[in-house]
Design a protein. Structure first.
Length: 338
């Protein structure tokens, strides 16, 4: 037998008595649905906290028709950008009492089809957020058939509402910073993609546009948006006879890899070579990395706000919304010495 301590379950009627309101008011206050004054809402919440009352997810779903969960589709969990955006989404949802149902998708066609056609449809969610997706028409249509609000971060798709940074402008800004410092032999580390509207392609396009406008000849090295990939790409560039005086990497992780490769080659950053990245990765601070900050956590918070606003019946959002970015100068870029 257990000890004589008996665990009791607090009911909504007890919260109502403690707060001096009706059970209907308690339900509206704790669910976030229906008119309740801020003072009353706080009184109800205080009573619920004091009594240890927890809203039953099943009862709430029956009463409101909502699961109070948002599905989040993400291609990677082990990369800074995605995990930071996810943290921002969590911040925005938890404040409103929503849970996250996470779906990881890879490039494997069979696995992707299972996630979009089966897994997402089996789990009840009130909305969907996708992080940097590259959805084909079938995948986008499968999501739309759920009949719930959908918000995409990056990876613009005409079938879903998208919040995106202007990555072409990001590429131009980073390149213009190096050009303004007097660099002309500038290399880009990123994807080989040159067409389409993917993030890597747009950043590369911005780079080439600025270089062309300056009459400078660009060079390129492909990498996979990891520190290791950036380091390997930078080594290839630095081994060239006419090595660049500056590198624009399409992500901070690749830029950090480039910094490490430069150090291994006996080069000083920024005296011998300037390096700039994109993201605002926390690691960049420790490397003194100049970057174009795209405020990743804020992107997640904006997406959470957008999907919940749609869920609450707000006026339909624009098909696309532009997210902020800004140049953050640190110590990895300097005036060209040659």
């Amino acid at each position: 037998m257990a000890s004589g301590i008996r665990e009791t379950v607090v009911g909504i009627d007890e919260v109502a008595r403690r707060a001096g309101v009706s059970t209907a008011t308690v339900s509206r206050a704790l669910s976030g649905r229906g008119p309740v004054s801020p003072t009353t809402r706080q009184r109800v919440q205080t009573a619920a906290d004091e009594l240890g009352y927890v809203v039953s997810a099943a009862a709430s779903a029956l009463a409101t028709g909502r699961a109070r969960a948002i599905g989040v589709i993400v291609p990677f969990l082990d990369r800074w950008f995605y995990s930071t955006v996810l943290a921002g989404i969590s911040d925005g949802l938890v404040r409103r009492g929503f849970d996250i149902t996470l779906y990881g998708v890879s490039a494997a066609a069979e696995e992707r089809h299972r996630v979009f056609s089966d897994n997402v449809r089996r789990r009840r969610v009130d909305g969907i957020i996708t992080i940097a997706p590259e959805l084909d028409a079938e995948e986008a249509e499968l999501l739309r058939s759920l009949g719930v609000p959908i918000v995409a971060i990056a990876g613009p798709n005409p079938l879903v509402t998208t919040l995106t940074v202007d990555d072409r402008a990001v590429g131009r800004l980073a390149t213009r910073h190096l050009l303004d410092l007097g660099h002309r032999r500038i290399a880009h580390i990123g994807s080989h993609e040159t067409r389409g509207s993917s993030v890597p392609a747009l950043r590369r396009r911005g780079f080439t546009e600025e270089m062309d406008a300056a009459g400078a000849t660009p060079s390129f090295a492909d990498a996979d948006f990891t520190i290791e990939g950036g380091s390997a790409a930078a080594r290839r560039l630095l081994d060239a006879v006419d090595r660049p005086t500056a590198i624009f990497a399409a992500s901070d992780e690749m830029a950090i890899g480039a910094v490490l490769a430069a150090r291994e080659a006996g080069l000083r950053v920024p005296q011998d070579i300037s390096i700039i990245g994109v993201d605002g990765n926390d690691l960049g601070r420790w490397f003194g990395l100049t970057t174009v900050d795209q405020f990743a956590r804020g992107q997640g918070e904006r997406a959470a706000e957008a999907v919940l606003a749609d869920l609450d019946g707000a006026a339909p959002a624009l098909r696309r919304g532009t997210l902020p970015f800004a140049l953050l100068e640190r110590g990895s870029t300097a005036v060209a010495s040659v």
